[in-house]
Design a protein around this ligand. Sequence first.
Ligand SMILES: [Zn+2]
Length: 216
Amino acid sequence: MDKLIAGYRRFRANFYEHHKAEFEHLSAKGQKPSAMIIGCSDARVDPAINFDTGPGEVFMVRNVANVVPPYAPDSDHHGTSAALEFAVKGLDIPNIVILGHAKCGGIAALVDAEEDAEMKTDFLDLWMSVARPARRSAIAQAEAVNRADDRTYVCRLCERANVLVGIANLRTFPWIAEREKAGTLKLHGWYFDITKGELYRKNDLDEFELVPPTGE
Ligand SMILES: [Zn+2]
């Protein structure tokens, strides 16, 4: 923990000192972020670092495998859905990004779990079962090129498919679908390759294209 406390002291001496006015302004005026990012809890994928953002710029949710559950207003505790409701209805967020990533442990566990496998964990297996359509899609894509036995390949496909499933689930929220239709909210699917530090972006054909690392 000493490392974190030392980091906090560096933040106070450097970043906070240089951005003091910004923090005071945000504190007084409230937040008006231009994007919500739903990313993975994985310690290697930190959107604030990857997108070099400052305070107040991004409304962030990080959960296991950047999963978006479908709209289900019931008596369960829906953390990600509550954050979506606040960002969309409370903050009028104009962009939602689902950020998948390579070598995702949650997705690897999903790929390894048989569809009808018994739930062995208190929460994790049930949480990841939301992304089962992504697993099915990845296996079908891998079978089409005779690579269904290649676990690494299936995992990479499933990580991307999970972003698409997340976007489809976002559209099950009536107040998201309405705003997307009205053009006041855009939904984005991004994917980060942690080894190469490369970002991919979903196009209109649901293919992931490399974002040039330099340029405007
Ligand atoms: Zn992950």
